[in-house]
Write a protein that binds this ligand. Sequence first.
Ligand code: PHE
Length: 354
Amino acid sequence: MNEIIKKLREQFESNLSEAKDMDSLESLRLDYLSKKGKLSDLMKELSKVPGDQKKEAGMLINSFKQEVISRYDSKKAQIIKFQEDLLIEAGESYDDSMPTERPIGSYHPITLVQRELEDIFESMGFDVEDYDEIVDDYHCFEALNIPKYHPARDMQDTYYLTSKNQLLKSHTSAAQNAILRKYGKALKEEGRPIRAVFPGRCFRNEAIDACHENTFFQMEGIMVDKDISISNLIYFMKTMLSQVFGKEVTVRLRPGFFPFVEPGFELDIQCLICEGKGCSSCKDSGWLELCPCGMIHPNVLKYGGINTEEEPYKYTGFAFGLGLTRLAMMKYGIKDIRTFNSGDLSSLSEFISR
Ligand code: PHE
């Protein structure tokens, strides 16, 4: 047996040194290690060996088999390394975790804007919250001071679901009640102000064109504490928008009606392109409408379990509803809102790389 193995080893070594690529190495493997390979044949030889030498011969074959496997493995690693080196020399970067020939992915522009805003608000002490897309009538409207059959419901052409009382949330304000309830205890017991932003996808039955989509993104924010005033609202909005646009922005408030805020406003920013002089982007007005907001209506606070009247404290707060989709359009200069949900990689990746 020793002799047979010695011969086979010489043959194997010479075949191994001839194998220069993965294909020839694979045929070598089949030749020696497969079921019909030379090592299986060797095992068959074992039956011819006299009984008292069987054990020793078996051990010899086994250790030779291990030797063949380990020589094969190191040759394989050597060939792979050689091929990688060739690629690197040719100037190609090589990452074996990447599928080949595919462009590198990126985040959607709305995700980019959303994350940037979350970071800014977190740095100002806000919690970031997530909320359902399917909500009930109470949270989307009634808890926001919009009773059934109130004409203000017409402002949002809502998708009602066939299951009882359920609908696709038409604005992120639908989470206000849940957030007030979640953080109300810490406000009352520990004096921790409620500061939260909650981004989300919203749905309305819009006729779709370059400026309207039935699926869009908002980011809502609320702050509730003792003595919160409109000045606090203006301060937070100004700070946040200056960071988003990377320069000082000038804001103004106009009256706006939303049943869940009192007083309610439309917050405009001075046009960043013409600096208020008037241009085609701001329709010659010098201002861009950006964000409805206001002081949270006492009824909304009350429905959320927050005390607005009695001693010891009278709590007040502000709320705003930033149009994330709108903001992404302004930030990246996207003219057609349909781009966002188009799934069209060529147009989406165009501004992602900026
Ligand atoms: N939820 C309102 C809308 O989508 C916006 C808003 C939010 C207004 C918060 C005031 C305060 O139209």
